[in-house]
Design a protein around this ligand. Structure first.
Ligand code: NI
Length: 257
């Protein structure tokens, strides 16, 4: 197997002492590339630190919409400096979240950070990893008006199939996580099945969103195999073909070989 995890947070405090074991298990499971995403300045620095220490880890730097408190747009300059590190292959995790954050209160600030970080990625010729929760329409509007020029993935895609088709026209990739393994997750399963083959990515979002049969436990990159198996079954294709398509997608989007 040659697998990847295109979205996780090894920089989260849920990982610490045992990070070397977590990565050893990932390698044993067949992973060769893991993208660790920052969500503010300290976590972006930590992602870079892990990437410089471990060969299979790559880093993304950025401000997550739930982590903007105390920061101003000026702070994106710090993200820009960090983005020049050799193993930074994307800007992220950026986005819009109206689930935990109230749109009326922080919506405008979230949009301003998202747009500024798309501009940053375009300037640095980098793709983006984007979080959208309960914000599909606003996300569509922002991405239509400020298109990422070097690609972007809607990570942990949680919208409808119709919305996915609209987003696909903007040339976006779609990342799928643990929820596609949940018994009652009808729409996520439909989305995986309907996703264009050249737009599909698999991720864990560790330490969150553990797939079946590990729900309730801390998630880790090795568990991407469960997401791979479910996605492959839903798409009804052979393991080898699935593996090939996924790796081509990862390499095309993130410009790594
Ligand atoms: Ni995430």
């Amino acid at each position: 197997m040659n697998l990847f995890d295109s979205h996780c947070h090894l920089n989260d405090e849920a990982f610490g002492e045992d990070i070397a074991e977590v990565l050893a298990r990932a390698k044993t499971a067949g992973l060769t590339r893991i993208l660790c995403l920052g969500y503010d300045i300290p976590s972006s620095k930590k992602a870079i630190e892990l990437a410089s220490k471990y060969d299979i880890v790559y880093a993304a730097v950025g401000f997550h919409p739930e982590n903007l408190e105390g920061y101003t747009l000026e702070d994106i300059r710090e993200i820009e400096k960090l983005a020049h590190s050799p193993k930074v292959i994307a800007i992220g995790e950026v986005g819009l979240d109206y689930h935990y954050e109230k749109k009326e209160e922080t919506g405008e600030k979230q949009k301003a950070f998202l747009i500024a970080q798309i501009e940053l990625a375009n300037r640095l010729h980098l793709p983006l990893s984007i979080h959208a929760r309960d914000a599909s329409e606003d996300m569509y509007e922002v991405l239509s008006a400020s298109p990422p020029r070097f690609g972007a993935v809607l990570h942990c895609y949680s919208g409808s199939v119709e919305m996915m088709k609209r987003f696909a026209k903007l040339d976006l990739y779609f990342g799928f996580d643990g929820p596609i393994t949940y018994k009652n997750a009808v729409v996520p399963k439909e989305c995986v099945a309907a996703c264009p083959s050249d737009r599909l990515l698999i991720e864990t979002d560790s330490p969150y969103l553990s797939p079946v049969p590990l729900r309730g436990k801390r998630n880790e990159p090795a568990n991407v195999v469960h997401i791979f198996d479910m996605a492959r079954a839903l798409r009804g294709i052979e393991t080898e073909e699935m593996e090939k398509q996924l790796n081509e997608n990862f390499e095309r989007l993130f410009h790594v070989k």
